[in-house]
Design a protein around this ligand. Structure first.
Ligand SMILES: Nc1ncnc2c1ncn2[C@@H]1O[C@H](COP(=O)(O)OP(=O)(O)O)[C@@H](O)[C@H]1O
Ligand SMILES: [Mg+2]
Length: 443
């Protein structure tokens, strides 16, 4: 058995962030790092390379991947994970992992008490555990292992800090050849964690600012129309028929604004990844029938008939019933909106390639081929759509997010003036995208 679990001798005080922010020239970084650490050359070089990659990556998933790879490489470990603090709940959750039952662990919340990562957050310094199974204070860590059927022997965990604020924890698991972690490992990982924390924060901010500026831009047009029209309405000499017309436009634009804001909220929640699916056994055929029932009235008003072509049954499957209903609602309401009067819609489902595949075919205006690649982008509407019917351009983005969260895919085939066919395929098995484990149910 290995010696006692130890804290590293003199855990480093978090270095001033300014010292290693990406703005520094490579020369200055080399200088600072050389002074601060006595790393062997190879590790030193790879640290620099990693730091350059980190500071230039704003794509969050790619960034997390780079950090995990770098962690394994720098500390010579077999697996690693990134845990972040949810600013709303102050709880830790797994953001990304390498070489651990991937998909199962994501979003798993980890209590601060009884977990190694929680200890690191609370003490704001690194921690080495040579044998997790002997560290009786960390009951949660052992629980996570048994949930994931993953075996953690040794752990080196360092805080992810920005300007003295802990935003999460980086964990390197299972040192190669069962060697103990060294002081150099701690130094290297801490140096990398400083860069990683800044990069994660930058990617988050970038994503947010991008989203907010797009939203503001989209809100501005209907808002300006509302301001102009309401001013016109106050004119005493305005003919009555114009007054009615303006009032109607105001109503329509206000309704659109309201729809836009709720769709926007919905999408930003989905995109932040903070929405957890309610995975349960679902009756997809039942969901399809219910959704059609809800939409039929609207279709009938436009003389549109909805045909249904469903199999007697589908294999049992897992999913989030409400969210899948939302996808279908979006597709069917589009099929109604963008159809021609007295057109048809056909909704079909089948079991194909080990997925449940649902298609909504319409006899509408179709989509120009150069527009297809943009259809699922937020706020995108085919150029001449605006004058045709109201909308937000968010429905398909939301649908795509939900389908992807289920581990499925969504696509469209369309022919101008003939119609469009939107389909999505969901994996049957929870294995595709398993139900997130809930730790509290097992403690
Ligand atoms: N069934 C369809 N037929 C033709 N065009 C469609 C269809 N569904 C979607 N579109 C096009 O894709 C755009 C984006 O759709 P969506 O995200 O649902 O937003 P919205 O319906 O609010 O405009 C629509 O504005 C329309 O131009
Ligand atoms: Mg729509």
């Amino acid at each position: 058995m290995r010696g006692k679990n130890q804290e590293p001798g003199t855990p480093q005080v978090a270095p001033a962030d300014e010292e290693r922010t990406p703005e520094l020239t490579p020369e200055a970084q080399i200088g600072a790092l050389k002074e601060a650490h006595s790393l062997e050359r190879a590790r030193f070089a790879s640290l620099l390379k990693i730091s350059a990659t980190l500071s230039s990556t704003l794509n969050q998933p790619r960034l997390l991947e780079v950090i995990l790879d770098a962690t394994n490489q720098l500390s010579r470990t077999g697996a690693s994970s990134i845990l972040l603090i949810d600013p709303q709940t102050n709880n830790l959750y797994f953001e990304a992992t390498s070489n651990i039952a991937y998909g199962q662990i994501e979003r798993l919340e980890v209590p601060l008490e009884g977990s190694i990562a929680g200890w690191v957050v609370q003490h704001r310094k690194p921690r080495i555990i040579e044998q997790v199974k002997d560290a009786s204070e960390f009951t949660v860590s052992a629980k996570i292992d048994s949930l994931l059927t993953f075996s953690t022997d040794s752990v080196l965990a360092v805080p992810l800090m920005i300007k003295g604020r802990v935003i999460g924890v980086l964990e390197a698991l299972n040192k190669q050849d069962r060697q103990p972690f060294t002081a150099e490992d701690v130094e290297a990982l801490e140096a990398m964690a400083t860069q990683a924390a800044v990069a994660i924060e930058n990617a988050r901010l970038f994503q947010q600012s991008d989203f907010i500026s797009e939203m503001v831009h989209e809100l501005r047009t209907p808002l300006m129309a509302l301001v102009a029209l309401s001013e016109l309405l106050t004119r005493p000499d305005l003919p009555a028929d114009q007054r009615d017309e303006f009032a109607q436009t105001i109503q329509r634009e206000a309704k659109r604004l309201s729809e836009m804001t709720s769709s926007f909220l919905e999408l930003s929640r989905l995109e932040s990844g903070r929405v957890k699916l309610k995975y349960e056994q679902i009756d997809l055929l039942g969901i399809i029938r219910q959704t059609i029932t809800v939409q039929r009235q609207q279709a009938t008003e436009r003389g549109i008939n909805i045909e249904v072509d469903l199999p007697a049954e589908l294999p049992p499957m897992m999913g989030d019933a409400d969210r899948i209903k939302q996808v279908l609602l979006n597709l069917i309401s589009n099929a109604i909106k963008y159809n021609r009067p007295n057109g048809t819609i056909s909704v079909s489902a089948e079991y194909k390639d080990e997925t449940a595949q649902v298609c909504v075919q319409d006899s509408g205006r179709g989509i120009p081929s150069d527009a297809v690649k943009n259809l699922f982008k937020r706020f995108y509407r085919v150029p001449d759509t605006e004058g045709y019917t109201a909308g937000t351009g968010l429905g398909l983005s939301i649908a795509q997010r939900i389908v992807q969260q289920h581990g499925g895919r969504i696509w469209v085939e369309s022919e101008l003036e003939k119609g469009s066919c939107f389909c999505f395929a969901l994996p049957l098995e929870a294995a595709g995208r398993p139900e997130p484990l809930r730790l509290d149910e097992h403690l």
